[in-house]
Design a protein around this ligand. Structure first.
Ligand code: SAM
Length: 299
């Protein structure tokens, strides 16, 4: 192994042990730690500071090639592992990692007008509307089915001058796409400060004027000021928070305004439809087990 190689250490554990295990791995010099569902449970995104909801978690830690992992492995407290779990170290050849991940992101067409394009490549000449977006701190590059369905619906629904709320804005991708498609202004709301930062940063990179796209945490006064104002409300969160937020999302929407909800699995749709009965949710699209529901607030 050359000192420029990387090492990957894969450990299986239970969700309640993820936090101490992660902390321990970083103490040993891990450069990055990623978490994956280890039991084919659907992906449910943890809130800030929460551990994942999956019961069985595959933890992958990346270390520099120079770290003596074999001896560190001997000191791993067994109490941090799932019983009979995988605990493997492997060497990764030194490659141009940035290049590899860049190659995974290419321009994607999301609707008749809209393309999402990483900053290092150019959109096709006939792309009418382009959002420039790179993978970063917050969820939302367009590669996830829920984001892609929202972008597709926005391409169809935005005709010009709408006031849009993107609740759970992540990278800001949906609001930025709405503005580029012709919306008048947008409010982004997210309970993760990194997402608020990422949305503002992505807006700047897309030449969106700061007064057109305000991004705030849910307890900010700006949210209340939008009561009854959104002609289009889009929320890609998860079924649980969407059930809790129902009254607020409906009250922020203008009479006659459209509500798009996703982050909802097919099996959860009926519960959402019942909770949002006031806006008469219908299926707009479904992909990879996820649904996009569309409703309209009565005039
Ligand atoms: C699945 S991501 C969606 C990001 C982006 N809108 C997209 O479509 O790709 C969900 C986002 O909702 C945020 N979120 C989760 N619960 C929330 C809540 N109760 N209030 C505000 N934001 C929330 C998360 O921090 C995350 O950034």
């Amino acid at each position: 192994m050359s000192s420029t190689d990387w090492q990957e250490w894969v450990v299986e554990t239970y969700s309640e042990l993820v936090e101490p295990l992660e902390e321990w791995l970083f103490e040993q010099g891990a450069l990055a730690v990623s978490l994956e569902d280890n039991a084919d449970e659907p992906l449910l995104e943890p809130g800030p500071g929460e551990t994942p909801l999956w019961q069985n978690v595959k933890v992958t830690a990346l270390f520099a090639g120079s770290v003596s992992l074999a001896s560190i492995k001997q000191t791993l407290p067994l109490s941090l592992l799932a019983g009979n779990s995988r605990n493997d170290i492997s060497t990764l050849e030194d490659r141009d990692w940035e290049r590899v991940s860049m190659d995974d992101f290419t321009p994607i067409q999301m609707g008749p007008r809209l393309w999402i394009c990483p900053s290092w490549s150019s959109p096709p000449d006939d792309a009418l509307v382009t959002v420039s977006l790179d993978p970063g701190l917050a969820f939302g590059t367009g590669t996830h089915a829920t984001t892609a369905m929202c972008l597709n619906a926005l391409d169809e629904l935005i005709v010009g001058n709408e006031r849009v709320i993107d609740f759970g804005c992540g990278s800001g991708i949906l609001a930025i796409a709405a503005l580029k498609l012709g919306a008048q202004c947008a409010l982004g709301v997210d309970n993760d400060p990194q997402a608020v930062f990422a949305s503002r940063d992505n807006a700047l990179r897309n030449d969106i004027e700061s007064d057109k796209f305000v991004v705030v945490m849910p307890d900010d006064d700006a949210v209340g000021e939008w009561t009854g104002e959104a002609n289009l409300m889009v929320a890609n969160i998860l079924a649980g928070p969407l059930l809790e937020l129902a009254d607020q999302l409906i009250s922020l929407t203008a009479p006659g305004g459209i509500i798009l909800l996703t982050g909802v699995l097919e099996a959860q749709a009926a519960q959402l439809i019942a909770r949002y009965q006031h806006v008469n949710l219908k299926l707009n699209q479904q992909r990879d087990g996820w649904v996009l529901l569309e409703g309209q607030k009565p005039n």
